[in-house]
Design a protein around this ligand. Sequence first.
Ligand code: CAA
Length: 291
Amino acid sequence: MDIESIGIVGAGQMGNGIAHVCALAGYDVLLNDVRPEALEEAVALIRRNLDRQVSRGKVADTDRDAAMARIRTTLTLTDLGPKDLVIEAATEREDVKHAIFAELVPALGKQTILTSNTSSISITRLASRTDRPERFMGFHFMNPVPVMQLVELIRGIATDDATYAACHGVVERLGKTAATAEDFPAFIVNRILMPMINEAVYTLYEGVGNVNSIDQAMKLGTNHPMGPLELADFIGLDTCLAIMNVLHDGLGDTKYRPCPLLTKYVEAGWLGRKTQRGFYDYRGETPQPTR
Ligand code: CAA
């Protein structure tokens, strides 16, 4: 099946990045959110990120303008119905995702492929609540979407080969590389990454190191572009905690128990960069460690 038009649910951190790369690859994009300000901010941010790519010689200015012209926005979820592919990138909460699919599914074209950018929730369970488990799969982008090369493709138990092939074709047209994962809690990237981040928080909690020493150790000692605590702030501490809970509940092994300090930061509303405070405080000129 040929995919030419893509509907994206959610204009947040992931949704706007997905709209950016899809429009740049020549797809018609319709971006949906419940908040008009979120749509306005997303379009402005896509423009700024494209400008940055133009100024670094990565994108031609004519391609930036063509990409911007391919992005439309809507507050009405069901407007996404006629698209060839829908990528849901709303809040990482299962009840929210089920509610979105319940409203969207009656409006979908018969052939539309429905996907979720979920970073950890069961694809099979999400699919089972729709009318098209065979045309449903996980389409998991990494943050920041315009920079990261990987897309994780996750097949639910019922996903058919044509759906997988169509999604794989989209990843190739985006110029990215697909890694295929089976549908088990947190798939591949987060199954490995989140326990590492959680362990970094335990290392902080137990006083083995402070924020600076832990991040520096991992950056300089293992050549990671960001330390694990800086990366946790970048991803969002609420998202990290939610994924640890999915691993803990789904696999039932105590090695996945979320660190109490991670829970405490989330309880404080210190969610990382998006709230200006997490393991670092971003309110000043340069980020300051909070421990
Ligand atoms: N849009 C477009 N371009 C962007 C961008 C954006 N949003 N953000 C950064 N860039 C570009 C910059 O323009 C720059 O381009 P050049 O190489 O041409 O100069 C390049 O990316 C590097 O950016 P910066 O120079 O600003 O900063 P940096 O060198 O510190 O790199 C980073 C920033 C790319 C984010 C890097 O620190 C990094 O790779 N960090 C790790 C990110 C990571 O691990 N992401 C995965 C998280 S896990 C996940 O997403 C899954 C999940 O479900 C939680």
